[in-house]
Design a protein around this ligand. Structure first.
Ligand SMILES: Cc1cc2nc3c(=O)[nH]c(=O)nc-3n(C[C@H](O)[C@H](O)[C@H](O)COP(=O)(O)OP(=O)(O)OC[C@H]3O[C@@H](n4cnc5c(N)ncnc54)[C@H](O)[C@@H]3O)c2cc1C
Length: 400
């Protein structure tokens, strides 16, 4: 069976590795001419650490990722007062059998790429069309020199992200809804960041209409800062669009001095308009399916985009391992039945958090802060972090 994976992001590369582990022949077609340093911080939650460990990469992660000692350290916008903090480390390992890390997306990508034989990754291949005929798939690619090429495959996997080219070939279009918010994303060198931001802690500052999340990445060399603010007239939904640090600083006038110092130390910023999508009605059609953001683009408030892509990749490989070329459509239906309910749930639960995070000062905010102080987010995340993505090797499809 020849398997074509469109997109060499975290989901596509992980799928290639799991398929290789399952003894299957998969090739990744990535539009970029090289997998460059792009992106910023990604949370590597326990339900992502465990699939990585099953790929044999558990020892690689601590070389560049930062193991969180604490998370959900909620602080008040005005004075930095700590509303709640969740110890991680031992408690996280005890509950979920793995640590929680934070990492630079590019470091994760480089780790996956290094584990994949070079011949399995074709760069400068932008998928522009997908055609299914009886028993086969034809993928058309455009190249930077203006040329095109075609590949025939038995299975196609669209792992090509939020603006997937494969997705429209498989289901009716789903409209993206503008959230009214945007994210400023910055990387601050550790030497320029205020010391509290260097701790291995995921910190969230909550204030009226906006919030900030930060944690160190890249073995502590950088601090990842994400500020969620009203979008104004910004509508660009792109991970690579440049923003303006003056606009960013202006958003936090009047906030605690420590937070302003951190935001003020950013020399550049990306700016990304946040769009929301309903879960797709289906992921698969015939011999083609989707995974990762192409299947379930979600708002970032649960920090689960990459973890869900890894879960998809592992389950998909398990389903295809048992398939013959003829039974691929059934294997893809099984994959979708196993994955779509959970990924859709995470996608839907990623919504609405901003309303709670952005409450103006007043009775509702005080009630929220009191609830935070009594919370136990680590224990309450069992459904998320304790999930085992590996399906049983055989058995009937779960109900749709
Ligand atoms: C440039 C970039 C920066 C990011 N930065 C962050 C970040 O800082 N923090 C964070 O939490 N998440 C970030 N993400 C998103 C995060 O990586 C994903 O949410 C998550 O890892 C799921 O990954 P994915 O593989 O499904 O999709 P993605 O990571 O989006 O990967 C999709 C891949 O498909 C390729 N592709 C797209 N269209 C085509 C096509 N037509 N033909 C061939 N290849 C195609 C893209 O170039 C990309 O490499 C970023 C994604 C990208 C693409």
């Amino acid at each position: 069976m020849r398997i074509a994976i469109v997109g060499g992001g975290l989901g596509g590369l992980a799928a290639a590795l799991f398929l290789r582990q399952a003894g299957l022949d998969a090739t990744v077609y990535e539009q970029a001419p090289q997998l460059r340093e792009v992106g910023a911080g990604v949370v590597v939650a326990p339900n992502m650490v465990k699939p990585l460990a099953r790929l044999g990469l558990a020892d690689e992660l601590p070389k560049f990722a930062v193991r969180l000692d604490a998370a959900w350290e909620f602080r008040r916008w005005q004075d930095g007062r700590v509303l709640f903090v969740q110890p991680m480390g031992e408690e996280c390992r005890r509950l979920y059998g793995a640590d929680c890390f934070v990492a630079h997306r590019a470091d994760l990508l480089a780790m996956l790429q290094a584990a994949l034989p070079a011949a399995q990754l074709k760069l400068d291949h932008r998928c522009v069309a997908l055609r299914q005929t009886e028993g086969a798939l034809h993928l058309q690619f455009a190249h930077r020199d203006g040329g095109t090429s075609e590949v025939r495959a038995d299975v196609a996997i669209g792992a090509d992200g939020i603006h997937s080219a494969v997705s429209p070939a498989l289901h009716r279009p789903v409209q993206a809804r503008f959230s009214g918010l945007c994210a400023f994303r910055c990387l601050v060198p550790a030497a320029e960041a205020p010391p509290p931001a260097l701790r291995p802690v995921q910190t969230l500052w909550l204030g009226p209409g906006r919030h900030v999340v930060h944690y160190p990445i890249s073995a502590g060399r950088l601090v990842n800062v994400v500020a969620i603010v009203p979008a104004g007239d910004w509508r660009t939904e792109s991970w690579t669009a440049e923003g303006d640090t003056t606009d960013l600083r202006a958003e936090f006038a009047g906030w605690d001095e420590g937070l302003r110092q951190l935001v003020g130390s950013a020399q550049s910023t990306k700016r990304w308009a946040l769009y929301d999508r309903d879960p797709l009605p289906q992921w698969s059609h015939g011999r083609a399916t989707l995974l990762g953001d192409a299947a379930h683009a979600m708002l970032p408030f649960f920090a689960q985009g990459a973890a869900q892509a890894l879960e998809d990749a592992e389950v998909l490989a398990t389903c295809l391992r048992e398939a013959s070329a003829a039974s691929v459509p059934e294997a893809l239906q099984r994959y979708e039945a196993l994955r779509r309910p959970r990924a859709s749930q995470v996608q839907l639960m990623s919504r609405g958090r901003e309303v709670r995070n952005h409450l103006p000062d007043g009775p509702e905010q005080r009630q929220r802060d009191a609830e935070l102080a009594r919370g136990d987010p680590l224990a309450q995340s069992a459904w998320l972090y304790g999930h085992e993505a590996r399906p049983q090797p055989a058995g009937p499809l779960p109900p749709a």
